[in-house]
Design a protein around this ligand. Structure first.
Ligand code: EPZ
Length: 417
């Protein structure tokens, strides 16, 4: 079982080209099924979730290969509509294939390994929406089997919660459906905009991506397209956190700074200075951080739940008290007990976590339980005195491409064993 060995204390300094967004690449790989053609996706991150998605595409009969950061998918050979349990287990967010498989084949058989590291991952919003579009769905013992009754047709769908995955599945089902689909209270994440940019290039008719109301006019056919995936805003937040806890300085190159508009002010409140110039972000961090006081996770454009864990690591060594409210997932504080083992002072009551800044953290053995929690342990270990051993880095590798290599290049003392 691989683990990371980190000796804290080194400043994180230098410049980085940020990897492509995992949560944009995944739905986009699913969308390639709709074209029955060849698509080329550039700036795709080399992470295990992408490997898992490529395995699923191949199982479905597509040809899919990744060379460096470019994935070429030809979905003309698609000849299945089921995803077996072992492939579903590899990637929690395989539900993102549901809408595209149904739209292409009229059928879908997926297995759901139930809850994940963040608590239950219900898909009721996905299924209710697909039912409204003419899909009959049978759920039993973790297997979901779907069948289009007569035609997959557009519908007016009001989401009770702006679910990212449900919005994506509705879009993927709607682009080839008969008629018009309106999504009200749609998720507004940048990854939704990126997915729709790709689909429009393929010939889809989508209006309002990034807004709360999205309108899709179904078309007969889509063709393949070439697309470059947007940079990963959560990786950006993670690298900024690594820099902040070590009093370093970092230049993030070629990013879309509007995507982290809810995160930048938190770093400025800690005393870091942020300078933005032609798509680059320059962050200079003081030796002593002040607390940013309050962060509550909200759907985009609010403070992202995926950045909560890494920002908590910043708060653990900032002077003063910081209050977190996790409004998106039921249990997303599993990194708290591990941070506490490093000497952090954190109290959790349901959705609220109160962090009292401490002067020092101390290296010890910790283990990651999920992706962003793993990242928060890496951030804290860069500050902790002495050696920190981080187990469970398979979770980290789901979303971060060679994070330890990047951090080593930025001056950190971190290695994988
Ligand atoms: C996407 O997950 C991301 N994953 C998550 O990133 C991210 O945390 C989340 O959006 C919120 O931004 C991918 O894009 C692959 P949701 P998703 O549907 O689609 C509840 C990471 O670390 N809900 O917006 O699953 C759900 O339980 C991952 O990269 C229902 O109740 O998020 C959760 O509490 C983690 N019923 C909330 O909504 C449903 O049918 C947000 O879920 C669907 C969701």
């Amino acid at each position: 079982m691989a683990k990371l060995i980190v000796e804290g204390g080194n400043k994180v300094k230098g410049q980085v080209d940020v990897q492509g967004a995992k949560n944009s690449a995944l739905p986009m790989l699913s969308a390639t099924l709709l074209t029955g053609d060849e698509s080329v996706l550039h700036c795709c991150p080399q992470i295990s979730d992408i490997d898992a998605a490529i395995r699923i595409l191949r199982y479905l009969g597509c040809s899919a290969k990744m060379h460096n950061h470019t994935v070429v998918v030809d979905s003309s050979g698609m000849n299945r509509y089921d995803i077996p349990e072992n492939l579903m287990r590899k990637m929690r967010s395989s539900v993102v294939f549901l809408g595209a498989i149904i739209a292409r084949t009229g059928r879908a058989e997926l297995y759901f390994p139930g809850g994940c590291e963040l608590g239950p991952r219900p898909i009721d919003l996905h299924l209710d929406s697909l039912r409204k579009m003419g899909v009959s769905i049978d759920e039993r013992f973790g297997c979901i089997s779907c069948k289009v009754k007569d035609t997959l047709h557009g519908a007016k769908i009001v989401l009770p919660f702006p679910s990212v995955g449900a919005t994506e599945n509705i879009i993927l089902a709607a682009v080839l459906a008969k008629g018009t689909t309106i999504i009200a209270n749609a998720a507004r994440e940048p990854e939704i905009i990126d997915l729709c940019d790709y689909l429009v290039r393929c010939g889809a008719e989508i209006y309002g991506a990034g807004e709360s109301t999205i309108i899709i006019y179904g078309v007969e056919k889509l063709k393949g397209a070439v697309h470059t995936i947007i940079p990963d805003r959560i990786v950006e937040a993670t690298l900024m956190a690594c820099c902040a806890v070590t009093g370093g300085e970092i230049l993030l190159k070629g990013i879309i700074t509007s995507h982290i508009e809810s995160i930048i002010p938190l770093f400025e409140e800690t005393g870091c200075t942020v300078t933005i110039k032609d798509g680059n972000l320059h962050l200079v961090c003081p030796q002593r951080l002040k607390s940013f006081k309050y962060a509550r996770t909200m759907p985009y454009p609010g403070f992202p739940t995926d950045a909560q864990a890494v920002m908590m690591s910043v708060a653990t060594v900032a002077q003063g008290t910081t209050v977190f409210v996790e409004n998106i997932f039921e249990s997303r504080y599993r990194h708290v007990e591990e941070l506490t083992r490093l000497g952090a002072n954190i109290k959790v009551a349901n959705k609220v976590a109160v962090v009292e800044g401490v002067d020092r953290l101390f290296g010890t053995k910790v283990s990651a339980k999920e992706l962003r929690g793993a990242a928060s342990l890496v951030v804290a270990s860069l500050r902790a005195e002495g050696i920190t051993e981080i187990e469970g880095i398979k979770f980290l590798e789901r979303g971060y491409e060679n994070l330890e290599v990047t951090l080593t290049e930025l001056g950190a003392n971190i290695r994988k064993v």
